[in-house]
Design a protein around this ligand. Structure first.
Ligand SMILES: Nc1ncnc2c1ncn2[C@@H]1O[C@H](COP(=O)(O)OP(=O)(O)OP(=O)(O)O)[C@@H](O)[C@H]1O
Ligand SMILES: CC(=O)N[C@H]1[C@@H]2OC[C@@H](O2)[C@@H](O)[C@@H]1O[C@H](C)C(=O)O
Length: 371
């Protein structure tokens, strides 16, 4: 079965994840992975671009090139670590760095910084890029795309499973036991770590709250929590997707009185993530009479013990089941999704689930860049 590399650099802006995956007719198989952190200056520049959304073409090209060089570093390191050569790789699936995601914009748009042509030159591999825009052109949200991959990986007869990605943003996939892709549910539930990371950076100077220890020592401010949960995004029915454009520190500031202790705000943000996920799980169960037997957390937030404890309290009936039990690491699942999506592209098969994204129909996603 052919080998693929998936590259994902998510909304947390922490760096590039690369996963080596064997894809064929059966379940995708995880073979190895590596990560390349962004140098601090690149991270700052990317974050500034996401927040200010103003730049020059020359600056855009500089960032795109620097980003692409880090991607090539990740691919080449993964090839070395796994004793694999570029000729063994059917394709590299490159997500790119989301700079702006505005499915409700006029016109709707989603922009991922990427240069698949340069990546093909730097790695000697075929590259598939630009995965999201075809779904959006067909009227979809262009996100989340991972649910189709989750379905290929985790669907099992007689099991209803939930996959929960805890990145900057949280997205939930609900897989029915039937394997009927039309019944898969998937959407972004709201912030996972994005607000907690930004608040932690502002008050402690740390990129994130390791294990959620700071949040665990604070008190949830019930009034603030209820104000945050009043945001219409949480009540909106799917299809829906979101990002940094909506959930940022200025959004949080509009709900603060200024008298809150920073640590209590952190605890409240952790509770916001857990509560909004629990609401999304309940929403997903409304039209189903099957019992969910596994909630599988993935993404960096799967390491946040405080967040997982809050989730357990909100959803006591569904066992939290480690991704590793299925032969995959929670840290590399999203990168694996883009390896699988590249495989779908080469096979001429759709990558989106229209029931998830709201697109007019299934579409083959991504453009192909030969080496
Ligand atoms: N030990 C840990 N304790 C607490 N949080 C952690 C830990 N390790 C990672 N994280 C969180 O995980 C985040 C990174 O997660 P991940 O790489 O899955 O996000 P992403 O892929 O960038 O985002 P998205 O899935 O929204 O695109 C960090 O920013 C941090 O908040
Ligand atoms: C526009 C964009 O980059 N969205 C990401 C982000 O990160 C998590 C969530 O928001 C999800 O919708 C998506 O990524 C995953 C890989 C997806 O498309 O399934």
């Amino acid at each position: 079965m052919p080998l693929y590399i998936g590259l994902m650099s998510g909304t947390s802006l922490d760096g590039i994840d690369a996963a080596l995956v064997r894809c064929g007719e059966g379940r995708p198989e995880w073979l190895g992975a590596t990560g390349v952190a962004f140098p601090a200056a690149l991270r700052e520049d990317l974050l500034a671009l996401c927040l200010a959304r103003e730049t020059t073409f020359a600056e855009l090209a500089r960032l795109e090139t620097a980003f692409c060089e880090r991607q090539a570093e990740a691919v080449n390191r993964l090839l070395t670590e796994t004793c694999t050569s570029p000729s063994d790789i059917a394709a590299v699936g490159s997500h790119g760095q989301t700079i702006e995601h505005a499915p409700e914009g006029v016109p709707p748009h989603t922009y991922q910084l990427d240069n698949p042509s340069l990546l093909a030159e730097l790695t000697g591999c075929t590259v598939v890029g630009d995965f999201r825009r075809r779904d959006m052109a067909a009227g979809g949200q262009a996100a989340p795309l991972a649910p189709a991959f989750h379905a290929a990986l985790f669907t099992a007869p007689e099991h209803t499973r939930l996959i929960l990605n805890l990145g900057g943003i949280a997205n939930l996939t609900r897989l029915p036991p039937s394997g009927d892709s039309a019944s898969v549910l998937g959407f972004d539930t709201g912030p996972a770590n994005m607000l907690m990371d930004a608040w932690c950076q502002r008050h402690l100077g740390h990129a994130y709250d390791a294990d959620g220890a700071w949040a665990a020592g604070g008190y949830v401010d019930a009034v603030l929590l209820s104000r945050l949960l009043d945001d219409p995004y949480f009540q909106r029915p799917p299809p829906k997707s979101t990002g940094r454009e909506h959930f940022h520190l200025d959004w949080l500031a509009t709900h603060l009185t200024g008298n809150e202790a920073p640590q209590d705000v952190q605890a409240t943000l952790a509770e916001l993530t857990a509560t909004s996920i629990a609401m999304a799980i309940a929403q997903g169960s409304e039209h189903s009479d099957t019992y969910c037997d596994a909630l599988i957390p993935c993404g960096g937030g799967a390491h946040n013990t405080d967040l997982l404890a809050r989730l357990r309290r909100h959803v006591p009936d569904i066992p939290l089941t480690p991704c590793e039990r299925f032969g995959w690491s929670a840290d590399w699942l999203e990168a694996g999704a883009f390896a699988w999506l590249a495989h779908q592209r080469l096979a001429g098969r759709p990558g989106n689930l229209p029931e998830v994204t709201g697109a007019r129909g299934p579409r083959v996603l991504g453009g192909l860049y030969a080496p």
